[in-house]
Each structure stands twice: as structure tokens, then as C-alpha cells.
Design a protein around this ligand. Structure first.
Ligand SMILES: [Zn+2]
Length: 252
């Protein structure tokens, strides 16, 4: 792998410059005012994928922001990796808490990052990671060391709950077929400690409709046969008491 490593080292400054360029685009998916910037970022990612050596690179429109896809099949018999990432970013508010403007990346040395780290919106969620995969792919492609097939699916709506990703995956399930999915929209324990995240927390939204008695019921008459949905607290109390009394009976 030395050739790939050499390529990475030789292109360090160029790649760093490109990454800073990417971070300057305010691809805020949650605010429609930035839709042209989100689209511009999708085109940017697609162009870099093409230059890296991917085939069938296309910006797929969705009902929201586009999804970028590209692939390289070096040998159908070899395993295929599908890289997932997102090029959209969170809104930068509240702006007054930023020490430097969110879309003007700077490299700063801190106690945590004595060698310097990039400070910009999206630098580690998820533009930095997407760019890393893209450049790793490019380095292996240019040096003829690509060990497997690769597919890239980079979306622009992760920060708003990926409303169109599911439909895209179902529609293009054959195109996206892979042996393993690689996601780096995560973090590392430490700079010198490669980490594999095995699970993430998420959000789920649901609407629960509870129906029950439409009036107060006398607890002495109804409590054992009718649960109150309107006053769950009150009912829980009855319920608990009932359980308790059964339990007491058994013990006795
Ligand atoms: Zn993310």
C-alpha cells in the first residue's frame, strides 16, 4: 500500500485546499434559501468522484435535495463496498457562539488538536469524512491498487431526516447492491484510535391515538374492568394498586 500512501502524501496540500473549498459552500438542507448551495455541493461531489475515477456518476434529483451516486466495478467477482455519506450540513445558529465564521474554514491548533484541526461547519459532519473516502478511492485508483469494487451514495438531506433516501434505495436497490456498507458519519474515540461504531441513537416520531371512556367512571364500579385512557396517571395508580393486592393475596 506504500504507493497509495505516497500518492496521499504528495497530494496533501492540493487535497487540503479542495476540502476547504468544499467547506465554504453553505449546503444547509434545512433552509430552502440555501437550495442552490446544496445543489452546487452535489455537483461538486459528483465532479470529484468523476475525477477520482468513478463510473456512472450521476446527481439524482429527488423531491428534496439530490443524491450523488458513482461506482467503480473493477471485477464483478470481487466484493463491493458501498460508501454512504452526506454533503449537507446543520444550520450554524447560534452564530454568536462561533469563534470564527462557520463557512470560512480555519486551521487552528488547540489542546485537543496540537497538530491543528479544521474548524468549519460540516468539517466533521460529514464533509470531512465524505472527502476522506473520496480521496482514499482516488489514491487507490490512480495508483492501481483498488482492492475491491466501490459504490458511493452521498445524500443531501441527512440533517433533515433523509426523507427521500428510503425511496431512492428501494428504486435503485440493484444498482446499490453491495457486500458491505461503509458509513463514517460517526466519531473516533481518539486521533490515534481507529474506531468502529456499532450503533447510534436516533429519533423516531410517532403519533399515538388513545381512545377510552368518554366520561368519568366510578372507580368502585369500573376499576377492575375498564382502563381509563384519559387519566393514565390516575389509572396507573389503580392498576398498580390492583397488582399489589393480587400479589398480597398470593403471598397470603
Ligand atoms: Zn452526519
Amino acid at each position: 500500500m506504500l504507493k497509495t500512501q505516497e500518492y496521499i502524501a504528495a497530494n496533501r496540500e492540493k487535497n487540503l485546499g479542495e476540502l476547504l473549498e468544499l467547506l465554504k459552500i453553505p449546503s444547509i438542507s434545512a433552509d430552502s434559501k440555501y437550495a442552490p448551495d446544496v445543489a452546487k455541493t452535489a455537483d461538486w461531489v459528483a465532479e470529484k468522484l468523476r475525477l477520482a475515477g468513478a463510473d456512472n456518476v450521476k446527481v439524482y434529483p429527488t423531491e428534496g435535495h439530490p443524491i450523488v451516486y458513482g461506482e467503480k466495478i473493477i471485477d464483478p467477482k470481487k466484493p463491493t463496498i458501498l460508501v454512504y455519506g452526506h454533503y449537507d450540513v446543520q444550520p450554524p445558529d447560534p452564530l454568536e457562539l462561533w469563534e470564527s465564521p462557520p463557512f470560512e474554514p480555519i486551521i487552528k491548533k488547540t489542546e485537543l488538536h496540537p497538530e491543528g484541526a479544521i474548524y468549519a461547519r460540516g468539517s466533521c459532519d460529514d464533509k470531512g469524512q465524505v472527502y476522506m473516502h473520496l480521496k482514499a478511492f482516488e489514491a487507490m485508483m490512480k495508483q492501481g491498487e483498488m482492492p475491491c469494487n466501490a459504490k458511493f451514495m452521498i445524500e443531501g438531506e441527512e440533517e433533515v431526516g433523509s426523507p427521500n433516501l428510503g425511496k431512492f434505495i428501494v428504486t435503485y436497490r440493484d444498482m446499490l447492491k453491495a457486500d458491505v456498507v461503509l458509513i463514517s458519519d460517526t466519531s473516533m474515540i481518539a486521533n490515534d484510535c481507529p474506531s468502529i461504531d456499532t450503533g447510534l441513537r436516533g429519533l423516531s416520531y410517532m403519533e399515538v391515538t388513545v381512545t377510552g371512556p368518554n366520561r368519568d367512571l366510578h372507580s368502585g364500579v369500573w376499576w377492575s374492568s375498564c382502563e381509563s385512557s384519559e387519566y393514565p396517571g390516575k389509572n396507573d395508580c389503580f392498576h398498580a394498586r390492583r397488582k399489589q393486592s393480587y400479589h398480597d393475596t398470593w403471598i397470603l
